[in-house]
Ligand binder design. Structure first.
Ligand code: SF4
Ligand code: SF4
Length: 391
């Protein structure tokens, strides 16, 4: 197993499961189950015991290993800079070894099989891949400055489609030169890679890259931070060299071009930093710039914010494989309580997966009369005057 040589270096001191001020639990898997084996240090020791033939790879072991959301908190917090950058790489390598050994939880196997067979996580036919844009006045990419890449959730999930449509509407209204990709694309592969299915990831990426390159695409705007991460950081090694932007990074510099209304009621907004914009790519500013440009919006911060933000629990494929659900202390429910405690009326998110995870959590916590979860694109759209139909 790659990176096996770092496993014995873990002291199980436990800093990796906490935020920077040590005040809370910040590893989503440990938060949900409170067993040391779910914490990063416990994973290291479990993997080491397995490689030393001291334990067998049973179903419980597989559930633990695949429940990591790849949020990156442990990488940011581990007390040992000599090896902390490799923690997630080791967990991914461990999952790859488990997949090779034929040991993966059924929900993981099913999710990967759907992607393998259909090219998307929902098992939907490719012909449905442009339906999300039906009725919108947007062009197919044909040499515009940017191509818009929409992830599986934006394409196939009703809630994701609403968000994709809001983003496309904002880009159009701001006069951004962009087109949607007219051919069916494949899953971006970000979470497939995090789950250790390297061969499937490379196959997905190579198919997308051949579509992008045939169209001469140079700049890409993504709906999802997961797509942003993998297109920016992993596609170049496979021949996909693009300038990649999350939509908030483009919008942050185009807010002055939107017809924002000055007479909307005041709103108190807390931002949930997505792991793949924040910890993985160090952008804590763009989403805040967009929100701060909205007249009447007052921002508050949750206790855990920026590099200390708690993952919603949907990363690393868990949105689809659901290995952290159930109980009062799912990461999403903990986050919903934290947003309410911060006094927010709106919990703003910048990712379709976070939106769905946190909307469910707010309902489970009976907080839906106190706080609403809104994607940033929807908050902005709702504060524009559009042809007299402003919301
Ligand atoms: S902080 Fe690093 S050394 Fe300490 S338990 Fe976590 S992974 Fe192990
Ligand atoms: S990446 Fe996140 S979920 Fe996975 S072990 Fe590290 S802190 Fe826990």
């Amino acid at each position: 197993m790659e990176h096996a040589e770092i496993l014995h270096r873990c002291f199980r001191c436990g800093y990796c499961k906490l935020p920077g001020n040590y005040a809370d639990i910040n590893c989503p898997a440990y938060l949900a189950y409170c067993f040391e084996t779910y914490a990063p240090g416990g994973r290291m020791w479990l993997l080491r015991a397995w490689l030393d033939n001291k334990i067998e790879a049973g179903s419980r072991f597989a559930e633990i290993m695949f429940s990591c959301t790849a949020c990156g908190n442990c990488v940011a917090q581990c007390a040992f800079p000599e090896f902390r950058d490799r923690l997630l790489l080791a967990f991914t390598a461990g999952r790859e070894a488990l997949l090779d050994a034929g040991t993966a939880p059924p929900s993981v196997r099913d999710w990967l099989t759907r992607i393998q067979n259909h090219g998307n996580a929902y098992g939907k036919p490719a012909k449905k891949s442009l339906e999300w844009a039906d009725g919108l006045e947007i062009d197919v990419f044909d040499g515009q400055e940017y191509a818009l890449f929409v992830d599986d959730t934006g394409i196939h999930e009703p809630r994701g489609r609403e968000i994709a449509r809001a983003v496309a509407t904002l880009l159009t209204t701001a006069g951004i030169s962009f087109g949607i990709i007219g051919k069916p694309c494949f899953s971006d592969g970000n979470d497939v890679k995090a789950m250790g299915e390297t061969a499937l990831f490379e196959s997905l990426a190579e198919k997308n890259i051949s579509i992008f390159n045939a169209l001469n695409i140079g700049k890409i705007i993504t709906l999802s931070p997961h797509s942003y991460n993998v297109l920016k950081n992993d596609y170049p090694a496979l021949g996909g060299q693009y300038q990649v932007f999350h939509y908030t990074q483009v919008l942050a510099f185009a807010m002055g071009r939107l017809p924002l209304s000055a007479d909307r009621p005041g709103l108190t907004v807390a931002l949930h930093d997505p792991c793949y914009l924040g910890r993985h790519n160090a952008d804590y500013a763009s989403a805040r710039m967009v929100l701060q440009a909205l007249p009447g919006v007052t921002m508050v911060e949750m206790d855990r914010n920026r590099a200390d933000a708690l993952c919603c629990g949907g990363g690393g494929g868990n949105f689809f494989t659901d290995l952290l659900s159930g109980g009062d202390d799912t990461p999403a429910r903990s986050r919903a309580r934290e947003a309410a405690a911060a006094g927010a009326q709106i919990l703003a998110v910048a990712c379709p997966l976070c939106a769905i995870m946190l909307e469910d959590a707010v309902k489970s916590e009976n907080l839906d009369k106190t706080i609403s979860v809104r994607e940033i694109s929807e908050i902005v759209e709702g504060r524009m005057d559009l042809q007299g139909n402003a919301r």
